[in-house]
Ligand binder design. Structure first.
Ligand SMILES: [Zn+2]
Ligand SMILES: [Zn+2]
Length: 460
């Protein structure tokens, strides 16, 4: 074969044209990634400074409302924005348009300040698909390490109860974090109940219904250790008295509020609203709790003793609640799409507001608080639509007007990026990969710092 006869074929015009188009796509994408880095910086600052706290449940809920992201994407933006706060190298690579948002999003799921550097290399070398696979493999290792850790903790749970020579019982143990949290919560509740009893109730006449303990009320206030011991005695006595049954989740943390009828109708009226444990709550809070609750009307004699207890009724009967759920399908507050909530009386029932569909609106717990306690207002328009206002009277629109965009947004973006000293071309975000096969097992072995510890420790 005669090499000199080989002809060099010029690239056809339409291929050249398509390559130019491809470069244009790569360049603009890198510019957009650089702009996304700035967007994430702003979101991180807005989130940290609580800018969403004016009626929204979270920064993601605010983004969904204000810039129209779907809830999943909004949560992801906030997560990535927060993560980048402690991952400066990845943040910088995104800001320079070298790593795409997709790659950064995947890498921030596993990166820590210690592993950031090597993961950045993964991001530079591989395609988005490689990065995704490596991150998945990395998480598998993390999960194995976590599972071993939790198995180890679970196995080490123990409780020793033994008797001292003077007859006292000594307790020593290790509980799993969840069980320990419940214990601490119960001890706290027990201490509060005993404290309340010490203050309110003469020791010789405990009211019916309260579990009795053989508590000796001394004049000296008990130490924390003594209070804990008394609380534990109260807890076990209560448990044995009521049968050991944690109950349905909804019943476990029931709150009972005692409120005078006139306070429900008018927050400024004199009267009481107190929780069962004796904590005073604001009139607005008791109005919210009463808005959608089980209600028991009690009559008191002038000395405050209960003389008559009516039947327990729901403020909103179950059939009406189902109709409300069917109509509203979740919280109606602008931007909130929580699929469940509480029935809010637009005009409170204590003020003569009827319990009818037209006087009810479904609100999540967070937004129910916003309208009762934070000064947000809601009214129903003659056409049936709801209108929400901020505490300052400004209307909260269901969908905010879009921001104004310059006539040539792409040129403006480029100009801004160049003004920030960024030099982006069609090669800026190109991975170093040349088509070789990814050996995932080898890659994770080399990259993940905990793989060695798994190899050394015997499997459990
Ligand atoms: Zn309400
Ligand atoms: Zn809501």
């Amino acid at each position: 074969m005669n090499l000199s006869t080989r002809k060099v074929v010029p690239t056809p015009a339409h291929i050249v044209e398509l390559e130019r188009l491809g470069d244009e796509i790569a360049k603009l994408s890198a510019h957009l990634d650089a702009a996304t880095a700035r967007l994430l910086d702003l979101i991180r600052e807005f989130d940290a400074r609580g800018g969403w706290g004016n009626g929204f449940a979270s920064c993601a809920a605010w983004l969904t409302w204000r810039i129209g992201l779907d809830p999943g994407a909004a949560r992801e933006r906030v997560r990535v924005a927060r993560a980048l706060g402690s991952l400066p190298r990845l943040a910088q690579a995104l800001a320079h348009g070298e790593l795409s948002y997709s790659k950064v999003r995947a890498l921030t799921r596993v990166a820590t300040p210690e592993t950031e550097e090597r993961l950045l290399e993964v991001g530079r070398a591989g395609t988005a698909e490689h990065v995704e696979r490596i991150v998945r493999g990395w998480r598998r290792v993390d999960r194995i390490v976590e599972a071993r850790e939790s198995t180890r903790r679970h196995r080490s749970r123990t409780l020793h109860v033994c008797q001292d020579e003077d007859g006292m019982v000594v307790i020593r143990g290790r509980l799993e974090p969840e069980a320990g949290a419940v214990l601490m919560k119960a001890l706290e509740a027990g201490r509060e109940a005993l404290d309340q009893r010490r203050r309110d109730v003469p020791a010789e006449t405990p009211p019916d219904g309260l579990p009795r303990t053989g508590l000796i009320i001394a004049d000296d206030p008990p130490t924390l250790g003594q209070q804990q011991a008394d609380a534990l005695a109260l807890i076990v006595e209560t448990a044995l008295h009521h049968g050991i049954d944690p109950g349905a989740p909804g019943e476990r943390y029931q709150v009972v509020v005692h409120v005078d009828a006139q306070v429900l109708a008018d927050a400024d009226a004199p009267g009481q609203s107190v929780l069962e444990a004796g904590t005073r709550v604001s009139a607005e809070t008791s109005q919210r709790l009463a808005c959608d609750a089980s209600r028991v009307v009690m009559r008191h004699d002038p000395a405050g003793r209960v003389t008559d207890v009516g039947a327990r009724t729901r403020t909103i009967p179950p059939a009406l609640r189902r109709a409300l759920q069917h109509r509203d399908r979740g919280c109606r507050f602008p931007g909130c799409r929580l699929p469940f909530g509480q029935g809010h009386h637009i005009r409170h029932w204590a003020n003569g507001g009827p319990t009818t569909l037209s006087n009810l609106a479904m609100l999540c717990r967070r937004h129910h608080r916003a309208v009762h306690e934070e000064g947000y207002q809601v009214e129903r328009q003659p056409d049936g639509e709801l209108r929400f206002r901020r505490p300052d009277g400004q209307l909260l629109s269901q969908v905010p007007p879009p921001a104004t965009v310059p006539t040539d947004p792409v040129e403006t973006l480029r100009a801004q990026n160049y003004a920030r000293g960024l030099h982006i071309d069609a090669q800026t975000s190109r991975p170093a990969w040349f088509g070789e096969c990814l050996d995932l097992g080898y890659a994770i072995d080399v990259l993940h710092p905990l793989v060695a510890s798994l190899r050394d420790a015997p499997a459990t």
